[in-house]
Ligand binder design. Structure first.
Ligand code: PHE
Length: 343
């Protein structure tokens, strides 16, 4: 029986040696060590052995078994290494081949302008505030000194969702929202870029959805001259040092006094052209000193604090900056339009 086991071992080791694939090894293992294999058969026959023979044969059987197992494991390792080596040799990588051209995206012109405006105000110590696009009647109108019968609430201009909620018509509701968080204490210096919505019929200069950037500064002793200086610096940074600004009296319910701000036309240098409608000036924003009622409703004491606010249209700024003649280009997603812009 011992000889038979030794012969089996020889045979198995030979088969393992000759194996060329991992699969061959698995077959060999099943053949020699499997349930229906010769080893199992030998072990089954052990019952017939004498008490002295049994432990001797048992030990031999175990040795044969583990010799086969070890040989399989070793061979498997070397076969796998060989396979890996073959793969590495076949799958060479030619790093000198030309690369595949990748399509790179382009930034939207509005994004470019908004980021530039943000950078300017961040450098002046402002922070960026946010507010919801679905806004309550209270923040969009009432807290901005527009009581329920105010004509600006006309459904002709606003997209109402319910009696109480609408798509914000301006970014100005971020003014009372930001002030309320201050618990009546200044200073507050924010800008808020965002989308706004109006029931306008779309044409070259109107869109039912467009962008605004709101700005607000609240502190002790803020004056109209602070507003003027800030906007002058802004106009020069954005459109060039030769630009001037002009303030015209205007009206907004939430600022008093209110102004509309023009910059000298960068296209004709103030001579008069079609873009500035022969006036030499282009309107870029509305602004004013925060109305005492607005301060009060948001928890600030108008005797102690004052502030200015402004709202500008980045669509307008981008149209001027890039010579875009139709606002609808911004929102109709024609890839050929976007592809013209780069950082
Ligand atoms: N919200 C005003 C508008 O949409 C602009 C504005 C903002 C005016 C802040 C004054 C102060 O026309």
């Amino acid at each position: 029986m011992k000889d038979k086991l030794i012969a089996l071992q020889e045979e198995a080791l030979q088969a393992i040696k000759q194996a060329t694939r991992v699969k061959d090894l698995q077959d060999t293992k099943v053949k020699y060590l499997g349930k229906k294999g010769p080893m199992t058969e030998v072990l089954r026959g052990m019952g017939k052995l004498s008490a002295e023979e049994r432990p001797v044969i048992g030990q031999v059987a175990n040795e044969v078994r583990s010799a086969i197992q070890i040989a399989i494991d070793e061979k498997q390792e070397s076969l796998q290494a060989e396979e890996m080596q073959r793969k590495l040799e076949q799958e060479t990588l030619d790093v000198t081949l030309p690369g595949m051209p990748q399509q790179v995206g382009h930034p939207h012109p509005l994004t470019l302008v908004i980021e530039e405006i943000e950078d300017f105000f961040l450098s002046m110590g402002y922070t960026i505030a946010e507010g919801p696009e679905v806004e309550s009647d209270y923040y969009n109108f009432e807290a901005l000194n527009m009581p329920p019968d105010h004509p600006a609430r006309d459904t002709q201009d606003s997209f109402y969702i319910t009696e109480e909620f609408l798509l914000r018509t301006q970014t100005s509701p971020v003014q009372p929202r930001s002030m309320e968080k201050q618990n009546g204490k200044g200073p507050l210096k924010i800008i808020c870029p965002g989308k706004v919505y109006r029931r306008d019929t779309d044409d070259a200069t109107h869109s039912h959805q467009f962008m605004q950037i709101e700005g607000m500064v609240i502190d002790r002793g803020i004056q109209m001259s602070d507003l003027k200086g800030t906007l002058e610096r802004f106009a020069k940074e954005m459109f060039g040092e030769e630009r001037d600004i002009r303030l015209r009296p205007s009206y907004f319910p939430f600022t008093e006094p209110s102004v509309e701000v023009d910059i000298s036309c960068s296209i004709c240098q103030g001579e008069g052209c079609s873009v500035c409608k022969k006036t030499g000036w282009i309107e870029i924003l509305g602004a004013g000193m925060v109305h005492p009622n607005v301060l009060k409703m948001a928890g600030f004491d108008p005797e102690e604090y004052s502030g200015f606010a402004f709202g500008m249209g980045p669509d307008r700024v981008a149209m001027l900056r890039y010579g875009i003649e139709d606002i609808r280009h911004f929102y109709t997603n024609d890839i050929r339009f976007i592809q013209q812009f780069n950082r």
